[in-house]
Design a protein around this ligand. Sequence first.
Ligand SMILES: Nc1ncnc2c1ncn2[C@@H]1O[C@H](COP(=O)(O)OP(=O)(O)O)[C@@H](O)[C@H]1O
Ligand SMILES: [Mg+2]
Length: 445
Amino acid sequence: MWRRLSFRTQLFLPLGASLLAALILGGILLQIFAAGQVADEHEPARRSIQTIAAALNSTLRASDNPQKTLDAFVQSLDASTDIQFRRMDGGPPPSPKDLRNLKKVPQWFVNLITIPEMEAAFPIVIDGRHVGDIVFFPDISADLFEKWIGFLALTSLVAVLMVLTGTVAYVFAGSALRPLQHLGDGLTRIRRGDYARPIPVGGPPEIRQSCEEANALAATLAQLSQDNRYLMHRLVSLQDDERRDLARELHDELGPLLFSIRAGTIALTDASEPTGHLGNSAQDLLQSVEALQQTNRRILDRLRPLYIEELGLSSSVQTLLRNFRKQAPHIVLTDAIDRDLSAIGGPLAQTVYRVIQEALTNVLRHANAGNAHVQATVADKTLVVEISDDGGGFPADNVFGRGLTGMHERVRALSGSLSLLRVDDRTYVRCRLPAETMRDVPSPG
Ligand SMILES: Nc1ncnc2c1ncn2[C@@H]1O[C@H](COP(=O)(O)OP(=O)(O)O)[C@@H](O)[C@H]1O
Ligand SMILES: [Mg+2]
């Protein structure tokens, strides 16, 4: 739950909670100590009034006319002071004065403080008769007002602090999160293999360091990826060189030998009795030699794409398609080969040829298809080669064999991509190659 909250909320919540706790604690402390403090503050006044009552009683005892003395004393009392005289014979009870300023203080605050009973009455006696009481009515309105102002100050301080810390947290979270966002986006780019755009370095030192490390990682990965492509390119080139050498050996060494055996056999056939035992054997030998020559030519075709350099890629591919049609007349093969393909040479042309060759061999061997389509187009500096068939599709647990693996290696060596798809009951082998790649062959370092 907590983890799902945003960074800003995670920052705000504890700050807000601690400030609110401080406010509540302030309220509780006010409630505990304010009432006692008010009582303590009025205690000296209460004692003074007790002394006044005792003095008045002594004066009355000594006076000739105590009633008159008492009346004079009562007259002298100011209605606004905390001290009042309450006669025993009734009369209006002194109005409590502690509500004078209370209208400025809300009632809930007064209830919160729970002021203790502080009124006190001291009896006044004339000739042994209790004539009334000197009553102490402390005016606590000023104290309450003071506490209320204190409480308001505390609340305002907490509110201002909350707004301030909230703003600081918001701004801080924003400035801390932005570089983190950049870092996250950059790491996603790196994961997708885009090492070119560096992550902007910013924010607090810890995040800056992470950004710099991620940029260094991207540089290393870019280097490794380039080395990898170079190695794969070397591998594929070596394979092609080896095939070419093998093809040359087969053509130059085996070709003449087979030719001379064939010529010898023909001579032998001509010299012997056609119906004799030797004649039959010579005929068989001639057939075997011719079959061997055909096989040799087929192997040569596979080993060395038919004169791509001389004929151009477009014509070589057309020859490949023609051979396929001859070899598999039951499969209807259509094609859309871009004429611009002839301008392509080098390893890119080899790769296109090999991809089409291997994909068509797979259609023939594995697809059980009724029709197939070969497409090779150049658009926006991207060469797209696509071979599709209406066969059964790749088996669920399809594992790359030598053919698809080789295809993949070739395509990756040229920074291209290979995808095997199944759309609308058709199987697609699609490969995209950057058309300009091979002009700048990757090299290590
Ligand atoms: N066009 C296709 N239709 C159905 N299955 C295919 C097709 N192309 C390849 N496959 C499957 O992919 C596997 C691997 O192919 P590949 O790497 O060329 O190896 P190989 O052809 O030597 O078996 C094949 O064995 C086959 O099961
Ligand atoms: Mg294959």
